[in-house]
Design a protein around this ligand. Structure first.
Ligand SMILES: Nc1ncnc2c1ncn2[C@@H]1O[C@H](COP(=O)(O)OP(=O)(O)O)[C@@H](O)[C@H]1O
Ligand SMILES: CC(C)(COP(=O)(O)O)[C@@H](O)C(=O)NCCC(=O)O
Length: 403
């Protein structure tokens, strides 16, 4: 038995958990707590992408001592031996976290993603690797944990243990920030007129509260976080990463996010948007609106001649700028209302998307007269899945303790 029994409070938080007592560097358990059976996965089934984190134990002997060891080894070899899975699964090797101490075990965290639209192929793959013979459960979060629950049960007899995506998001942010070097950063001297000028600078996030999280996934959720277990969802917007990608596909004929971002990088949004100077002939000085400020997104596109001049890249750029500025503007208003000055932007919309990050950095600073700071995290869209794996380990230990 553990010398620090795991207690779940009414909010579902275990009192030994990370930042709960601030004493134990092994964030999930005392060393002698019962170990949940392998393999350990955390899965965040989002509106667009499914994020899967696999914990690879350093001590593979332990893995082998378990029943169904052939299946375990097959799954392990498949995940760790590849960086691409099928046509669409990718392992983000640059995000890998080695030497992690979780649930009394040492190991490496692997980060994998695939489109949620490929869930059918994922379930078939899990079937072909005999996943169900492991008699284990997978812990899952995100809307898909609910949507696909029956399918997992019926087709591969796998139980999904569901956890709330925003609880997981916060837990995951806290864990990864403290265990990955230089996780948190900001863009120094971001300037919308000179997009290449700013640099990434590490930010010390060890004393984070209060802060705002702006999670830009398919849609946008904004959370005010005031303590390790004290947060509320204060706002949301349906104009998010899914909107950018959907509109870009419609307007340019592109088919992937990477293509949309590459097009945007080449484009000029001023050929699409109506600027303050297009209306005023210069600045609108009385209210401090510079001539280069966008007065109306896509505001030139009612004129046929302008439409003919706008390229696919220009349209992609304007779509990106429109969605990003709208999110920045909402984030700024929420931060002001909540009296919070640190705004952490996460979610896969920011993947390979320095244009939006720099725009957000610039907009937050400029429009707040330097009062607000935009922060970013290297693991962008993986925090929900991370929180989920932690919940799995906590839950399994709690179950073992009860029994
Ligand atoms: N490879 C990709 N495929 C699709 N969308 C991507 C990809 N990489 C980044 N994105 C962007 O990330 C968004 C999804 O972000 P994510 O945080 O995973 O949200 P969700 O949980 O809703 O799937 C997409 O709407 C898109 O803007
Ligand atoms: C419903 C969601 C929480 C789902 O999360 P996601 O898969 O987009 O990461 C999110 O899309 C959202 O908060 N949408 C905005 C809803 C609103 O208008 O508040």
């Amino acid at each position: 038995m553990s010398d620090k029994p795991l207690v779940i409070d009414v909010n579902g938080h275990d009192s030994n958990d990370f930042l709960g007592n601030g004493m134990d560097n092994d964030l999930l358990s005392p060393r002698d707590a019962p170990k949940p059976s392998m393999p350990w996965f955390g899965m965040d089934i989002g509106g667009t992408l499914t994020k899967l984190i696999y914990f690879e134990p350093s001590d593979m002997m332990e893995l082998e001592q378990q029943g169904e060891k052939e299946t375990l080894k097959t799954i392990h070899r498949y995940l760790v031996g590849n960086i691409a899975y099928g046509n669409t699964g990718i392992r983000d090797t640059h995000l890998e976290m080695s030497n992690q101490q979780i649930g009394g075990k040492k190991g490496t965290l692997h980060f994998i993603r695939f489109p949620t639209s490929e869930m059918n192929a994922f379930i078939n793959l899990a079937k072909s690797k005999n996943f169900s013979t492991l008699a284990c459960a997978i812990c899952a979060t995100g809307g898909g944990a609910y949507k696909f629950e029956m399918e997992f049960k019926q087709r591969i007899n796998l139980t999904l243990h569901k956890f709330d995506e925003l609880d997981c998001l916060i837990k995951g942010i806290h864990y990864i920030d403290r265990n990955f070097p230089l996780e948190c950063y900001y863009w120094k001297d971001a300037d919308s007129d000179k997009p290449n000028s700013s640099n990434k600078v590490p930010f010390d996030f060890h004393n984070p509260y209060p802060y705002l999280v702006v999670n830009i996934g398919s849609g946008v959720s904004i959370l005010a976080v005031r303590g390790p277990f004290d947060y509320k969802r204060v706002w949301g917007s349906s104009l998010g990463g899914g909107t950018f990608l959907g509109l870009c596909c419609l307007l340019t004929g592109c088919t992937t996010f990477e293509e949309a971002i590459a097009l945007a990088a080449e484009g000029d949004s001023h050929k699409v948007d109506k600027l303050v100077k297009d209306i005023y002939g210069g600045d609108y000085s009385r209210f401090n609106l510079k001539g280069a400020t966008v007065a109306s997104s896509f505001g030139q596109m009612n004129i046929e001649e302008k439409r003919d001049q706008a390229s696919k890249s220009d349209l992609a750029r304007s779509t990106l700028v429109t969605i990003t500025n709208n999110i920045g503007s909402i984030a700024r208003m929420v931060a002001t209302t909540e009296k919070i000055d640190k705004v952490v932007f996460v979610g896969n919309f920011l993947r390979v998307n320095t244009i939006s990050m720099k725009l957000l950095a610039y907009a937050m600073e400029y429009w707040s007269d330097g009062a607000l700071k935009a922060l970013f995290l290297e693991h962008e869209g993986y925090f929900g899945a991370m929180g989920c794996i932690m919940e799995y380990v906590s839950m399994s230990q709690n179950f073992s303790n009860i029994n």
